[in-house]
Structures are given as C-alpha cells and as structure tokens.
Design a protein around this ligand. Structure first.
Ligand SMILES: Cc1cc2nc3c(=O)[nH]c(=O)nc-3n(C[C@H](O)[C@H](O)[C@H](O)COP(=O)(O)OP(=O)(O)OC[C@H]3O[C@@H](n4cnc5c(N)ncnc54)[C@H](O)[C@@H]3O)c2cc1C
Length: 287
C-alpha cells in the first residue's frame, strides 16, 4: 500500500506541490465564516485559499474547528455517532511460522489466497452486529481472514507468514469503558477458538500477535470515532447522508473548507475515491 502513497507523492511533487508530513494541525483558522488557513501544533499559522481536511469528520469538527455557530447543526448530526451504540472492527495481526492447514480433506494449496469471511450463519452474523451495538463482545463473531504473504512474500522473513484477522463486530467501548488488556485478551482467545474449528493447528503456527482495538485506533491512530472507515459504512452514514445530510458534496458549513477522507462518500478502504471526488468538486468551483 505504501507504493500507492509514494506514487501520489511523486505525481504531486512533479506538479510543484509542497508536502509537509509529520506536521500536526491544531485548528482551522476561520474568519467571517470562511476558512483562511491552518494553525500548526507549533503555533505557526499557514494562510491558504482553500482548506481540505483528510482527518475524520469528528476530529475535523470537534478538534480542528471546535464550537462555531455555523457548525452547530452539522456537529449535532455527528454527535449522534454514539460510541455506546456503535461498533467497529478489531484487527489482529498474527506472525506465523508456517501456514495452518484447513480442516478439510485436501492438501494445503491455495486456500489462503484471497479473503475469507468466517461466520457460522446469517443469523449468527445478525446476532453479532446486535451484540456489538449493545456494547457486548459477540460470540460467535464474524471474522475476515487474509494472509497477504501468500501474494507478497516480502512482508515476512522467508518461509514465514503474516495473517490479518478482522474481527468484524466489536463494540467501541466495553460496558461503557475503553478497551483494556483483559478485553483484548478475551477477544483474542475467543477469535482463535472460533477459527480453530476451521484451522485446527492455527495456535501452533503463531509466533507473535498484535491486536488493534477501537480504543487503540482512537488513542494511537488519532481516529476519533475508533472506526477504520472514519464513519461506519452503513445507514445512516451512506450516500447523500455521508458524512452529514446536505454535505455529501465534500463542502462544510464553513466556506472554503472541504472534507476529502474516508468519512465522506463513498467511504473508506484504499480507493482514493473520496479524495478524487472532492478534488473534482473543488476544481468545478475554483478552477
Ligand atoms: C488497522 C487498519 C487496517 C486496515 N486495513 C485495510 C485493508 O486491509 N484494506 C483496505 O482497503 N483498507 C484498510 N483499512 C482502511 C483504510 O486504511 C482507510 O479506509 C483509509 O486509510 C482511509 O484513507 P483516508 O486518507 O481517508 O484517511 P486516513 O488514512 O485515516 O488518513 C487521515 C490522515 O489525517 C491525519 N490527521 C488526522 N488529524 C490530523 C491533524 N490534526 N493534523 C495533521 N494530520 C492529521 C492522520 O495522521 C492521517 O494520516 C485499514 C485501516 C486500519 C486503521
């Protein structure tokens, strides 16, 4: 994935764009309802004609804009993203000494190539979503499984593998509190128990593991929502409702302030589509 970013950097710099990374923005500077620049964490104010935020919509509104009369209705909609009633995936990365075999009467061949979704039944899937929305860890859960080293062996030492698990339905908070080590341990063991029915020797293959809970996404990745897609990819956060009804065209109530990240239509994953659409919107108005 880094190759995509590197190519974007190359294209931008070729066209004279100045990029500043590792430069946190403290706030968007607004004058008379118009975004006129950004203030950096070191206090420097950088004036700009247009400000485009790739931070998630909640971060942009709550922390980079703060209380502003023009944003009241917009922020009220985002405030309905209630951590007590939403869920997000938890990622578990497993370093494997070897590929585990599936519990099927076939030699281990190409079964690990591509993505697998494991859940016992559609009813179990619905129950998992409902439990996570109620703040509980579902059992069974819905687990997506990918082993990227089957297509890119350079991601691990020779002969070793990286397996990524997305435990799809995990609550943003556990019983109203942030995730802690015991919740993480419980989820990890539970996920492995569930997968062991399909991959009986999975545990024996694991050399190391790393779990990223919604709380870690909030604290370490700066995602205010704890959601890797910035906002859930389900109703009411889809199409013309994303991120807020009336603002699916990448604008905000602040003139010359746009949003371009996964919290805008059509949402997250590494597609570049929100950024492309936002750029077209800005070009149409200002070019
Ligand atoms: C653990 C994890 C695993 C994932 N796995 C996959 C996968 O396998 N496949 C897939 O397609 N997608 C995956 N995703 C989702 C994908 O990464 C996102 O949908 C995508 O990165 C969204 O891109 P974006 O540019 O909109 O936002 P982001 O990539 O979230 O970028 C937002 C940027 O804004 C910056 N920022 C925030 N606040 C400030 C500030 N105040 N000042 C300056 N900068 C700021 C952040 O540092 C960040 O660089 C995963 C996400 C995570 C977290």
């Amino acid at each position: 994935m880094g190759a995509i970013t590197a190519e974007l950097v190359r294209c931008a710099e070729e066209r004279g764009v100045t990029l500043r990374t590792a430069t946190p923005v403290r706030r968007v500077v607004i004058a008379d309802g118009v975004a006129v620049g950004v203030e950096l964490a070191d206090g420097t104010v950088a004036p700009h004609d247009i400000v485009i935020s790739n931070a998630d919509p909640v971060t942009t509104c709550r922390y980079l804009i703060g209380d502003h009369p023009l944003m009241a209705d917009y922020q009220a909609v985002l405030a309905s993203y209630d951590p007590a009633t939403w869920y997000a995936p938890t990622k578990i990365a497993l370093a494997l000494d070897r590929l585990p075999a599936f519990a099927i009467d076939e030699p281990l061949a190409q079964q690990h190539i591509g993505g697998l979704f494991i859940c016992p039944s559609p009813a179990a899937q619905a129950a998992a979503f409902a439990a996570a929305k109620a703040g509980r860890l579902p059992n069974p859960n819905m687990i997506a499984l990918m082993t990227p080293t089957t297509t890119d062996p350079t991601l691990a030492p020779p002969g070793k593998h990286l397996m990524c698990l997305y435990v799809r339905c995990t609550p943003l908070t556990c019983d109203g509190a942030p995730w802690d080590a015991s919740n993480e341990h419980f989820l990890y063991e539970d996920a492995l128990d569930q997968l062991s029915a399909y991959l009986p020797d999975l545990r024996a293959c694991i050399r190391a593991q790393h779990l990223i809970s919604p709380t870690t996404l909030q604290r370490e990745y700066g995602l205010a929502t704890g959601e890797i897609m910035h906002l859930p990819l389900e109703t009411p956060w889809l199409f013309d409702q994303r991120p807020v009804p009336g603002y699916s065209d990448y604008t905000t109530p602040i003139a010359q302030l746009f949003l371009c990240g996964a919290g805008t239509h059509p949402g997250g994953t590494v597609t570049g589509a929100p950024g492309h659409n936002c750029a077209q919107r800005i070009i149409a108005e200002f070019a």
